[in-house]
Design a binder for this molecule. Sequence first.
Ligand SMILES: *[C@@H]1O[C@H](CO)[C@@H](O)[C@H](O)[C@H]1NC(C)=O
Ligand SMILES: *[C@@H]1O[C@H](CO)[C@@H](O)[C@H](O)[C@H]1NC(C)=O
Ligand SMILES: *[C@@H]1O[C@H](CO)[C@@H](O)[C@H](O)[C@H]1NC(C)=O
Length: 415
Amino acid sequence: MKTIFFLVLCNYYISVLFAAIHPDIGLNFIQRVKRHGYSVEVHQVTTEDNYILCIYRIPYGIHKSSRSSGNKSAVLFVHGMGGSPNNWILFGARDSFAYYVADRGFDVWVMATRGVEVPLPKMHKKYNWIDDPDYWDYSLHDIGIYDLPAVIDYITEYTKQEKIFFIGHSAACPEFFIMMSEKPQYNRKIKISALYSSSPILNKIDYPVVIATTSVIDIMKGVVKYLDMKEFFPQFRIINDMSKVMCLYKSYVKACRHVADSIGSHKSRLLEDELIPLIASESLGRLSSRQVFQFLDNVKYGEFRKFNYGPKINKKLYGYTIPPKYNLSNCRAAVAFFYGPKDSFCVKEDLYQSMSELPNVILDYEVPYSEFTHTDLLFGRNSTYLVYEPTIQLFKNYDKGKIPSKITRNYVPSP
Ligand SMILES: *[C@@H]1O[C@H](CO)[C@@H](O)[C@H](O)[C@H]1NC(C)=O
Ligand SMILES: *[C@@H]1O[C@H](CO)[C@@H](O)[C@H](O)[C@H]1NC(C)=O
Ligand SMILES: *[C@@H]1O[C@H](CO)[C@@H](O)[C@H](O)[C@H]1NC(C)=O
């Protein structure tokens, strides 16, 4: 009861006080898009395993000229683990990735993967996401084989287009390759998959918090099993809510910046102080335990493997005591990798090993700024010319029939 009271109070403070600091604080995706002057539609789709997902659509850009309806190439944006659709509109009109793409004449779709709060009356046919533990019984594998295919089917049918462009940050990258490995029929629905700040193989990951966590993963699994936590440490939500309030105050902005930097693992030189309360007000989304463990196990294996249920169940389910690898050579759709030189999640060796197993990589784009970190695409300034524009050039060329037949390295777009 006390906790509930505390949370209500926190949320009250957040909405009242924060709104004075940044007008987007406390607004959901739809309210923000409207405030930024764009149109937005809400669509919903039910997955094969009964999760109800929300997809937002920004059908055209801010200028009248981009409003000609019909026949625009559809682009799907997928956020990473702990992220949300708001990641793509953080900078407001024009400077945000989703708006930039809409302004350049594309039909923009932004999805929320399961576990992210969305304004739908129900998020599962049977379970209530707030308090049914069974809602949280899924891993990255389920997002890859259920969520992405359901959304891609919906968009292709709705727009009557055979193929779409895919944009994914961080964990959306492994989720994409899980889909392609397990359901290769989706290759023919993708024009280009542009993947940012991630590699499916995470062997050389240089991220101290994650490496430390993998060394105690068995203990953590024991605790989670003992407490029967299908949602990953729901207790963290209190810290989350406290940080929302703290980062409001100027004197704490520095501390909050340290937290933001530690998420990216390197100090971001592109993150501006004004954005910190807005980023903190979102905090980290809720996660399922199995989602986190599949990621950590794969860092530990140094390989891109299916979910690890433990030797006994693995043997029954897969026929081996360790889970099998996903087959990257099933991904025949064109793939473009974008990454920053200071990204400790996505290191070059891992990316190059992944590329050697992927049959159709068309772009290897290292962002031309030596300090670009894991989260700079989402939270840092200057992404417009560093990342968005090269992406648009790639997509426009594809639509004109100019598809690179071999890999382009450190490609610089023509203006
Ligand atoms: C729509 O796109 C299709 C295929 O991309 C093309 O054949 C057709 O001419 C386009 N129609 C219009 C009205 O632009
Ligand atoms: C992976 O997929 C490729 C083609 O898609 C196939 O030739 C190969 O045998 C598969 N490898 C494994 C280990 O299943
Ligand atoms: C970012 O943009 C600002 C303003 O346009 C510019 O002064 C700065 O040099 C840019 N930084 C990078 C790393 O490109």
